[in-house]
Design a binder for this molecule. Structure first.
Ligand code: KG4
Ligand code: ZN
Length: 337
């Protein structure tokens, strides 16, 4: 008999509910919050209110799409953190009360870990799963990490950003260029029409496997400020080349440390995860590294890159098998634990 898990994700600005049957995904519903667009970034208080409005319809649709009823569920998995506290509280409280009403257990899930375990979702197009040990470059709006996975629940962050995340670097550069939030996907689109060698930006010198992106943002800002003094249409005229050059710099920074870690640890199974792993330039660069370095690479489906509850449901399933349930007194956390 299958184990049906309801996954709930509410860590940032997307309300998502998914239903899994073992490692298969039967439904993965996401309500995006448009309200933040006009503010150029996520407004936490508005995000939690929107989660409150969306959560019941999103879960309702997910159960209908999965063609099961709430009484068929074995457990409810929810994102405990990291993320925006007010937003996490909506998903956590809902999971607790729904599970209490149904008399089933709840399972807490770490959002960043779930991004990685999304690779184990059953997928006909991706029958091969990462073999342990593997390295995962986890790149999102809030995090940039190189994680060593020895097993599903045996992982170690071996490198991470000391300031901005790579997704933030995309979003902040886009904002400087006057593009709407979130800027990552727009830069990706513009970059396809531009020359990545048109402009060059400095790369940081950080020891070990750690990253830094705040210097890039500052040099991008100063470069544009200087150019705009000469030509106030500079951004408009060069937005494709600017996007391509910026994207190339971010990818070069990400890849240098990933290659170093893979070399030092002698690991050739390499995965990417998180919102920035949707970036077409990063995906292509990883394929190129596969051919050059003999890596085996794992690139998630687009819908499992950015925030989604499918990854929460499947992580919940693996914890369900281990009997790892949470108590009703559990509280969300904003920062990585
Ligand atoms: O994982 P995610 O959906 O949310 C967080 O956990 O933060 O990641 C969102 C981030 C944003 O910074 C967004 O701009 C970036 O992922 N992103 C992209 C692309 N799609 C999303 N960045 C570059 N290229 C993309 N195609
Ligand atoms: Zn995320």
């Amino acid at each position: 008999m299958s184990t049906y898990i309801l996954g709930i994700e509410s860590s940032c600005d997307d309300t998502s509910a998914a239903v899994s049957s073992d490692t298969k995904i039967l439904a993965n519903v996401i309500a995006n919050q448009d309200i933040h667009r006009k503010f150029g970034g996520v407004v936490p208080e508005l995000a939690s209110r929107a989660h409150q409005q969306n959560i019941i319809p999103v879960i309702d649709i997910a159960l209908k799409e999965a063609n099961i009823t709430k009484n068929d569920l074995s457990a409810i998995a929810f994102t405990r953190g990291p993320g925006l506290l007010g937003s996490l509280l909506v998903g956590t409280s809902f999971a607790k009360s729904m599970a209490m009403g149904l008399g089933i257990p709840i399972i807490e899930v770490n959002h960043m870990h779930a991004h990685i375990l999304a690779h184990f979702i059953d997928d006909d197009d991706r029958p091969e799963k990462p073999k342990f040990p593997f390295l995962c470059l986890t790149v999102s709006g809030g995090h940039t990490q190189i994680v060593l996975l020895r097993d599903y629940f045996d992982s170690e962050v071996i490198g991470q950003t000391i300031d901005d995340a790579s997704g933030e670097a995309f979003d902040k550069a886009a904002k400087i260029m006057g593009l709407p939030y979130p800027g990552g996907p727009l830069i990706d689109k513009l970059a396809r029409e531009g020359n990545p060698l048109a402009f060059s930006f400095p790369e940081p010198r950080i020891p070990g496997y750690d990253y830094s992106f705040s210097g890039l943002k500052t040099s991008f800002l100063y470069f544009l400020r200087d150019q705009l003094k000469e030509d106030d249409l500079f951004i408009e005229k060069n937005k494709e080349d600017l996007s391509a050059s910026l994207q190339k710099t971010i990818i070069d920074i990400l890849m240098a440390k990933l290659e170093k870690a893979a070399h030092d640890l002698d690991i050739k199974n390499i995965a990417i995860a998180g919102g920035v792993s949707a970036n077409s330039g990063l995906r292509n660069t990883l394929l190129e590294a596969r051919d050059r370095l003999g890596w085996r690479v794992f690139i998630p489906r687009f819908e499992y890159c950015t925030d989604n509850a499918a990854m929460i449901a499947v992580t919940g399933y693996f914890k369900y098998l281990r009997g790892e349930f949470a108590g009703q007194d559990i509280a969300p956390y904003a920062r990585q634990q």
